[in-house]
Write a protein that binds this ligand. Structure first.
Ligand SMILES: [Zn+2]
Length: 296
């Protein structure tokens, strides 16, 4: 296990235990989430180190990186993912004004990257999971490398860099953001989606909120902490919005963790409530989608 002695964002050393959260999907172990008393950032601590984390992704239930079509939940997930890819691509094509070169950091099995390439982008992908890289190569003929390749990429190469639910998994947080910023073209956009630890439904689900997803989620970002982190690297937030499916998907899993079993009606109720309350207050969304540019 790896224990951080200071806050990954502000380096503050006054850390307080905030929550005990169970890993519901793989190990069923319990992990501590700590809060930095300087900046309020929440993070999983201690956490499995980079060489220890892989087993925590080994599960039939952990479907983010696979294409298994078993079960109703997976069917809904696959359908939602297709819709989500279309909406991500629409956003990318709307906000990106620089060169049509894309880096999808943590590209998984490459579905989004493949869709972007089809719509005219020159795409590169980095992904730590060898199985997912192999699927990206095999299914989409994408050349996907291990994230250690990031350091070797040229300065200012990418008109867009995307991290779809990825940054919360990255051990070397500051170093990774610094390298990504280096690779971003001067007029490029960085698009980052992460769960929002201040989501409306967190009040209801507490430690059973599915997007804590310990120990795979190392950080539990809020709008404030994300913007603070990126500011440290000279990146300015130009927009924040919610993600349509996440309140429903996160509530569906959270219902299972809190009550056991499949409770779609309750999940739809909770997801609708979050969506409704977040329509005027963005930072109540289950997940937030940020767009960053170089600060002028
Ligand atoms: Zn801090």
């Amino acid at each position: 296990m790896q224990e951080l002695l200071s806050c990954p964002i502000c380096s503050g050393t006054r850390l307080q235990r905030a929550l005990h959260v169970k890993d519901h999907s793989v190990s069923h172990e319990t992990f501590q989430v700590q809060r930095c008393l300087e900046c309020s950032f929440l993070f999983t601590n201690p956490r499995p180190g980079p060489s220890e984390i892989a087993p925590y992704y080994q599960s039939e239930e952990y479907i983010s990186h696979t294409n298994s079509k078993k079960g109703l939940l997976n069917t809904v997930y696959q359908w939602a993912r297709k819709r989500a890819i279309r909406s991500k691509l629409g956003l990318l094509n709307t906000v990106a004004k620089g060169p049509k070169t894309l880096l999808d950091y943590g590209c998984g099995t490459g579905e989004f990257l493949a869709a972007a390439v089809q719509s005219g982008w020159v795409g590169a992908g980095l992904e730590p999971d060898p199985g997912a890289r192999e699927q990206a190569r095999h299914n989409h003929r994408l050349n996907v490398e291990d994230p250690s390749g990031l350091k070797a990429l040229p300065d200012g190469q990418f008109g867009a860099i995307t991290l779809w639910h990825v940054l919360e998994h990255v051990h070397e947080l500051q170093e990774t953001v610094s390298q990504l910023k280096r690779c971003l073209a001067s007029n490029g956009v960085m698009i980052i989606a992460v769960p929002n630890a201040q989501a409306d439904e967190v009040q209801h689900y507490g430690e059973h909120w599915a997007a804590y997803d310990v120990p795979r989620h190392l950080y539990h970002f809020t709008q404030d902490s994300m913007i603070r982190l990126m500011q440290q690297h000279g990146l300015a937030c130009v927009s924040v919005e919610g993600m349509f499916f996440d309140p429903f998907y996160i509530s569906l899993l959270s219902e299972r963790y809190l009550h056991g079993g499949f409770r779609p009606l309750q999940a739809v109720y909770r997801g609708t409530q979050t969506t409704w309350r977040a329509r005027k207050q963005t930072n109540l969304n289950s997940s937030l989608l940020y767009i960053f540019k170089h600060r002028e």
